[in-house]
Design a protein around this ligand. Structure first.
Ligand SMILES: Cc1cc2nc3c(=O)[nH]c(=O)nc-3n(C[C@H](O)[C@H](O)[C@H](O)COP(=O)(O)OP(=O)(O)OC[C@H]3O[C@@H](n4cnc5c(N)ncnc54)[C@H](O)[C@@H]3O)c2cc1C
Length: 409
């Protein structure tokens, strides 16, 4: 039976857990990442359907890690966002709100990147970092935490000792459950169908989100004449649409999208995700902390979930690295409390905003729709409010961790 002693054991090597591992490893900490996925699945294109709209803060962090240069050629800038209010599948109301890069300090608003390219680039960097051991196809069977150290027992008998365990195994999270962290879960009774399609008419760097009564439909530009779709509906309707054959599915998608991109053709398989709001009662315990979707699973309406997780990574990495340099115990409550306090306001604001936006936009109530339409119209005419929204969405407002500003630790 092998034994390992590390600074940090990370359970869950998704994008969030892997990024944290890379930053800590590059700064001299000894890290083990444990993920239940097989390595060959990680690089299979079939396994991925999601694409992410990365904000400026996330891009800055990737840039500092020299990952941005690798994925830049695969990414697609978004120069314009069109938000439209819709009432039913066939009749889109005229109210709309446009954000363009005139409101941004850069010449773009977000960058779209497909999950496979981002994950590949991070894993390639991890493979080159001698301080990180990434264990694939591994499951934790026992998780012990005491005042001085932590111990994980894996299903192959391997034992890992560390000063701190990070739970980044998404939601539901077995690491949080084992640590005694409870979550509050609110189901929206909605599911999102996600995939990639090719289209006839160029997207011209424009992202579109149409607010239909049963949920938003987002069409986000990818490189070439390709786009990613995130189509959220009440779960019964989503299941019906998901089970249509490809031809009928594409017909309904195009109708909902008013044929804005001409003829469309599926490029990826489509996947369906149940949508819920899940928040933990706390994010830290002695020698244990949760980040990413384990710490906040939110509605995809604003495409902010991963960006929020990347902000967790930037803040936790900064707290751990600086505390270690000062000779502090990185697993102690004293250190972890700094992280928890730092993240509280940002996470609460994004949770509130996404929940509110879904409630306001996903309904068929005439008065609410009328009021939202007027709100859209007023917003569309206010440069100040638009500037505010763009600055908030860039991930660069408030007390920002250094990595998000593009500075080294
Ligand atoms: C439809 C949809 C669209 C979205 N679009 C966007 C977007 O445009 N922009 C954006 O910022 N966010 C978006 N999000 C949110 C984003 O997908 C998540 O916030 C992000 O993937 C969370 O990453 P994570 O690493 O925290 O968790 P996950 O991606 O869930 O990763 C968890 C990892 O843990 C591993 N794991 C799980 N259980 C165990 C276990 N017991 N033992 C070991 N390993 C385990 C898994 O294999 C996985 O690798 C979207 C979400 C949805 C549902």
């Amino acid at each position: 039976m092998k034994q390992k002693k590390n600074n940090v054991a990370i359970i869950g090597g998704g994008i969030v857990g892997s990024l944290l591992a890379l930053i800590l490893g590059l700064n001299g900490l000894k890290i083990t990442v444990i993920d239940r996925q097989k390595k060959d699945k990680l690089f299979s294109k079939n396994h991925y359907v999601k694409s992410y709209a990365l904000n400026q803060g996330s891009s800055n962090l990737l840039n500092i890690l020299n990952i941005w240069d690798i994925i830049k050629t695969k990414s697609q800038p978004i120069d314009k966002i069109l938000l439209k209010q819709g009432s039913s599948i066939s009749s889109i109301q005229p109210f709309e709100l446009i954000f363009s890069n005139d409101y941004s300090k850069n010449n773009y608003l977000f960058h779209m990147i497909e999950e496979i390219y981002l994950k590949k680039a991070i894993v390639e960097k991890i493979d080159k970092c001698p301080n990180i051991e990434y264990l694939y196809s591994s499951n934790v069977v026992e998780q012990f935490i005491d005042k001085n150290s932590t111990k994980l027992v894996l299903d192959n008998g391997q034992i890992i000792y560390s000063d701190l365990i990070v739970g980044s195994d998404g939601y539901p999270s077995s690491s949080a459950k084992k640590a005694g962290i409870q979550h509050v879960n609110y189901s929206y009774n909605q599911s999102s169908i996600v995939g990639i399609f090719k289209h006839e008419i160029p997207h011209e760097n424009e992202a579109v989100q149409i607010f239909l009564p049963s949920g938003p439909l987002a069409i986000l530009p990818l490189s070439g004449n390709r786009s990613s779709f995130v189509w959220t509906n009440e779960t019964n309707e989503a299941v019906r649409i998901f089970n249509l054959n490809d031809l009928n599915f594409l017909n309904e998608l195009n109708t909902a999208f008013q044929n804005r991109r001409g003829q469309i053709q599926l490029e990826s398989k489509k996947s369906m995700f149940p949508i819920s709001l899940t928040i933990p009662k706390k994010v830290i315990k002695e020698r244990f902390v949760i980040i990413g979707d384990t710490a906040h699973k939110i509605h995809p309406i604003a495409g902010q979930g991963l960006n929020l997780g990347i902000r967790d990574v930037a803040a936790l990495a900064e707290v751990l690295i600086l505390s270690r340099r000062l000779g502090e115990d990185i697993g102690s409550r004293l250190v972890l409390n700094k992280y928890s306090k730092w993240r509280n306001l940002d996470v609460t604001s994004v949770v509130f905003f996404t929940n509110f936006a879904n409630k306001i936009f996903s309904n068929d109530n005439f008065l609410k729709k009328f009021a939202t339409g007027i709100g859209f119209k007023l917003l569309n005419e206010s440069k100040t409010i638009k500037n505010y929204f763009i600055s908030e969405a860039s991930g660069l407002s408030g007390d920002i961790p250094k990595l998000l500003k593009g500075c080294k630790l």
